[in-house]
Design a protein around this ligand. Structure first.
Ligand SMILES: [Fe+2]
Length: 306
C-alpha cells in the first residue's frame, strides 16, 4: 500500500462549481441563522464562528495536544475516511492518543493519517466553547448522531456522503479544509447515489458513468481555523484537506426542526425509508415523524424546496 499517496475526493464527482455562501459570524444573529439557514436547509460557511475558542489558537501548536496527559486509547488509520467507515476497521491499529498524535505530527508532509470520529477527550473539552449564533435552547439533542465527534487527521479526505437526519456544524479547529456540497433531485439522485455508493467515482474512467445531462451544482468553499460550515441533512458532501498540517474538525450535531425531517416523494426521504425497512419499528417511527413534518409545513405554509 502506498500510504504516501494523498487521495482527494471532491473533484471525483462532476457538477458545475459555484461558491458556497459565507457570512461573517459577527453579522449572523441567532434568528437569522435559524430562519434563513436551518429552517430552509441552506448550507453556509460562518467565518470566525468559533474564533474565540481556545482550541482555535492552541490545537495547531506542535506539542500542545500531545503533551496533554490522557489514558484514553483510539484507533489510527493510514487511509482517507471512507464510507461506510467500518470498511477500514481491520486496517486500523490501537494507540494512545498522545502517541498517535506524535506519530502523525512527525510524519512526512505527504503521509495520510486519520483518527476518525472519536469522542472529545475529557482533558481537551476546556478548549471548546459555545456557538454564538445557536442558543442552547435551539440546540436540542440530535435524533441519530452523537452530539460531538472529533476528526483528527493529516491529508485525510472524507468520502462523499449525506446525513439522513440532524443538523451538523462542521467546526474547524486546526488546519483548513475544502468542502463541496450537492443537493440532488429526482433527475440525478438515483444515478449519482448508485455511482458514489459503488465507489465508481474512484476508477479512472469514472466520468463515463455519470450522466452528462443532469449534473448538479457543487457549492464549494474553504473553511479555515475558527470557521464553521453548516451542513443540513440530505446534502451530499465531500471534504478534502486544504493543507498537510495536523487538522482537527469537530462535528457538532443538533436536532432538525420538525418541519425539516422529510418530505414524501423527495428521493432522499424515500431512500431513507426504503433502506430502513429491515428495522420495521424504527421505520414506522420515521414514517410517522415525516408525516407529522409534512402536516407542520402545511399548517405553517412552509415549502420544502424554498
Ligand atoms: Fe458529513
Amino acid at each position: 500500500m502506498d500510504v504516501n499517496k494523498v487521495i482527494r475526493v471532491i473533484d471525483l464527482v462532476p457538477g458545475s462549481v459555484c461558491e458556497l455562501p459565507r457570512i461573517e459570524a459577527c453579522k449572523l444573529t441567532p434568528d437569522v441563522f435559524w430562519n434563513e439557514y436551518v429552517r430552509k436547509h441552506r448550507p453556509v460557511i460562518i467565518k470566525g464562528g468559533v474564533s474565540d475558542w481556545p482550541a482555535v489558537t492552541k490545537w495547531s501548536e506542535s506539542g500542545y495536544l500531545e503533551n496533554i496527559p490522557s489514558s484514553e486509547r483510539t484507533r489510527l488509520s493510514r487511509t482517507f475516511n471512507p464510507v461506510p467507515p467500518q470498511v477500514i476497521r481491520h486496517a486500523m491499529h490501537d494507540c494512545g492518543i498522545p502517541e498517535g498524535l506524535r506519530e502523525m505530527r512527525s510524519a512526512p508532509d505527504d503521509a495520510t493519517y486519520s483518527m476518525p470520529s472519536i469522542p472529545v477527550p475529557k482533558e481537551w473539552r476546556k478548549d471548546l466553547g459555545d456557538y454564538p449564533f445557536l442558543p442552547s435552547g435551539r440546540a436540542k439533542w440530535p435524533r441519530n448522531y452523537p452530539r460531538q465527534r472529533l476528526f483528527i487527521y493529516r491529508n485525510a479526505s472524507t468520502e462523499w456522503h449525506y446525513h439522513t437526519m440532524d443538523e451538523t456544524l462542521t467546526t474547524q479547529l486546526s488546519g483548513a479544509k475544502r468542502i463541496s456540497l450537492i443537493k440532488l433531485d429526482a433527475s440525478n439522485w438515483s444515478s449519482y447515489r448508485t455511482i458514489i455508493e459503488s465507489n465508481l467515482h474512484h476508477v479512472s474512467c469514472a466520468s463515463r458513468f455519470f450522466p452528462t445531462n443532469a449534473q448538479p451544482k457543487k457549492y464549494e468553499g474553504i473553511i479555515e481555523q475558527g470557521d464553521v460550515a453548516y451542513i443540513p441533512p440530505f446534502w451530499w458532501h465531500g471534504v478534502d484537506p486544504n493543507d498537510s498540517m495536523l487538522g482537527a474538525t469537530l462535528a457538532f450535531c443538533f436536532r432538525s426542526p420538525i418541519e425539516r425531517v422529510g418530505k414524501w416523494r423527495d428521493p432522499a426521504t424515500m431512500t431513507m425509508l426504503s433502506t430502513g425497512l429491515r428495522n420495521m419499528p424504527r421505520n414506522v417511527i420515521r414514517a410517522s415523524t415525516i408525516a407529522y413534518s409534512s402536516v407542520v409545513r402545511m399548517a405553517k405554509g412552509i415549502s420544502w424546496d424554498e
